[in-house]
Design a protein around this ligand. Structure first.
Ligand SMILES: [Zn+2]
Length: 248
């Protein structure tokens, strides 16, 4: 896969030897690729990403992988809070309100190829391919509810949760019971927390709790809306089981 390297962003610093563990997918919410390039390369903006993919599927490499690009902002995953140091950021030329409001086939194909390449190079676990809304659910919505996560899981680069048997769900329910997680809310929070989400302040704050659920649903409910799942709860429990089986 060929990158366009003629535009470079200086908005980065050192990773301080942190290992690359995550891939974070964003959208720019800007009008077109030219705007995206100038925004991400503008010193005053203090933001950047390693890669930017156009509607035509062209991949721009703006910051070298070995540097810490500034794309995640205040974020959290699996107890890490300095996400920029441990991740590769990929921006998509997409805006929900612009003419570029489609995730084009060429864009998603290029994204898939890029993810596979990065995943192999840094041995990134399939559970660690995330959206900005996964790591900053209280402030960010990108890549949004129309992002085709399902297509990516069809390419086998994301874990498939639907294949988890219902008998396994019972095991988790027993585990909840033995650990005294009684209410559905308690179970949901502990499951999200084990998977990696920031649940530090959600238990007593219903506004934050709802934002977290909505971030989770916008990703996972969409993937599985074709199967007969009535609640996000069952998806989450299956997700947790798959996570435990594939986390290493
Ligand atoms: Zn973002």
């Amino acid at each position: 896969m060929k990158y366009i390297t003629k535009y470079k962003s200086s908005n980065y610093n050192s990773r301080n030897n942190s290992k690359i563990k995550l891939i974070i997918i964003h959208y720019t919410a800007l009008n077109n690729i030219e705007e995206a390039i100038s925004y991400l390369c503008n010193l005053d903006r203090k933001v950047s990403s390693h890669y930017l993919i156009s509607q035509k599927g062209e991949v721009y490499n703006l910051v070298k992988d070995k540097f810490r690009a500034w794309h995640a902002g205040e974020s959290f995953w699996q107890d890490f809070t300095d996400i920029n140091s441990i991740s590769i950021g990929i921006e998509l030329d997409y805006s929900p309100f612009g003419r570029n409001n489609k995730f084009s086939t060429k864009m998603i194909y290029a994204l898939k190829e890029l993810i596979i390449k990065i995943q192999r190079k840094y041995k990134i676990n399939t559970n660690n391919i995330l959206g900005h809304s996964d790591i900053a659910p209280f402030r960010k919505k990108d890549p949004g509810k129309f992002f085709p996560w399902k297509k990516l899981s069809n390419y086998k680069i994301l874990p498939e949760y639907t294949k988890v048997k219902n008998s396994k769900v019972k095991l988790i329910e027993n585990w909840f019971h033995n650990n005294n997680y009684k209410t559905k809310k308690q179970k949901i929070i502990i499951a999200l927390s084990i998977i990696g989400y920031d649940t530090r302040q959600v238990y007593n704050n219903s506004k934050l709790y709802n934002k977290l659920i909505s971030a989770y649903s916008s990703r996972y409910f969409n993937i599985y809306k074709n199967i007969k799942v009535k609640s996000i709860y069952l998806i989450l429990i299956k997700h947790l089981i798959k996570f435990m089986l594939t986390k290493n």
